[in-house]
Design a protein around this ligand. Structure first.
Ligand SMILES: [Zn+2]
Length: 361
């Protein structure tokens, strides 16, 4: 059984290439909205036509009415019909809500079929455009089925849909998981499971805080201060040990149960806001966690994806993709104003991570 993954890579387009991307998104949006409007009015008139009939109608008038569509890949104005067909199918099956019109700034993406793309290391070739630089190369070997160009805030991405050459070796499960690391909760998984931080850790942390307070009260260069420093170093080491142990349990669990694992890169923005102490510990834990996952997944044959540093896993709604401008660390529940979803902040982040690497079918 083949595994399908989507690998999302940040792009570095030139100004001209960005113009092309904007056009592609605009055309995809325009076509979708055109088709949806036609569908509605024909449905109201008693005609029950499918998206493929609409596509035929559209292609008849395309050259005379919308000649500018020929500047970019034809997929930008053809794929929306297939997507609309799928959307209605899902609606009639009761899986999704009624398809809605697409808005600029919210739905900026277009699809390109595999016959029109070419990959070469850190670059991708698109029709009528040429080579575009990617921030990294495709991390998986397999057949690339399609590419979707999209914009998130001011960045451009390509999401490559890949059919992997081989399934993970040891893992029975083909499932993928996203993991959000925290301080109080050690890890939150995208399937809703969570791993609590070990209890002794809390005890040590309190002790360390107490020591730090008296440490800052002591005179500089005093003997007592030196002694206290050594004691603190010991507590730090014990915390590290406890943490490493629990991380071993966690990383073994993950590599035993999930074929694909997504974690995030170290978050600089969160680190700055966080208390120094928790930073130091979270930081150390993160590196250990990543190291353990790397060697274990290499050994066991899991697919490990490390999300890029800028990926807004906490600020993005895992249901509709809406992104908040800011999210305070104190806000433990993610409430989306766009779709009304409300769920635990860490779980939301974990699901966003998992979505970077999903099973397409
Ligand atoms: Zn939402």
């Amino acid at each position: 059984m083949a595994i399908h993954l989507a690998h999302k890579i940040c792009l570095d387009p030139t100004y001209k290439q960005e113009q092309y991307f904007r056009q592609g998104c605009g055309i995809a949006r325009f076509t979708w909205n055109w088709a949806l409007k036609e569908w509605k009015s024909q449905y109201d008139a008693g005609l029950k036509q499918g998206a493929f009939d609409l596509k035929k109608q559209f292609n008849v008038i395309k050259r005379s009415e919308y000649p500018w569509m020929y500047h970019v890949t034809k997929y930008a104005n053809q794929q929306p019909f297939i997507q609309l067909q799928t959307a209605f199918k899902r609606f009639f099956q009761g899986i999704s809500r009624y398809p809605r019109f697409k808005k600029r700034g919210h739905h900026d993406s277009f699809y390109i079929g595999s016959d029109h793309i070419e990959l070469d290391g850190n670059r991708i070739r698109l029709p009528k455009l040429g080579w575009v630089r990617m921030r990294e190369s495709l991390r998986f070997s397999g057949k690339v089925n399609s590419a979707t160009i999209s914009r998130v805030a001011n960045r451009w991405f390509v999401s490559l849909s890949v059919e992997l050459d081989q399934a993970p070796k040891s893992c029975d499960s083909q499932a993928c998981v996203g993991v959000d690391l925290g301080i109080k909760t050690l890890a939150t998984l995208s399937n809703g499971e969570s791993f609590e931080a070990p209890k002794p850790l809390n005890k040590f942390l309190k002790k360390l805080k107490r020591m730090q307070r008296s440490f800052s009260r002591r005179k500089k260069d005093s003997n007592n201060r030196q002694k206290l420093r050594q004691k603190m170093a010991k507590v730090h080491a014990r915390i590290a040990n406890v943490r490493r142990d629990s991380l071993h349990k966690l990383t073994s669990y993950l590599t035993d149960h999930f074929g694909g694992i997504v974690i995030e890169d170290l978050k600089v923005s969160n680190m700055l806001k966080n208390h120094k102490l928790s930073c130091a510990i979270a930081d150390m834990g993160w590196y250990t966690f990543r190291q353990q996952l790397e060697y274990k997944s290499q050994y066991k044959g899991n697919y490990l994806l490390i999300a890029d540093r800028w990926f807004p896993s906490s600020k993005t709604c895992s249901n509709c993709g809406q992104k908040k401008d800011g999210l305070k660390l104190s806000e433990r529940v993610y409430r989306c104003e766009a779709c009304g979803q409300s769920l635990d902040r860490d779980l939301n982040a974990a699901i966003n991570l998992k979505n970077l690497l999903y099973k397409a079918s």
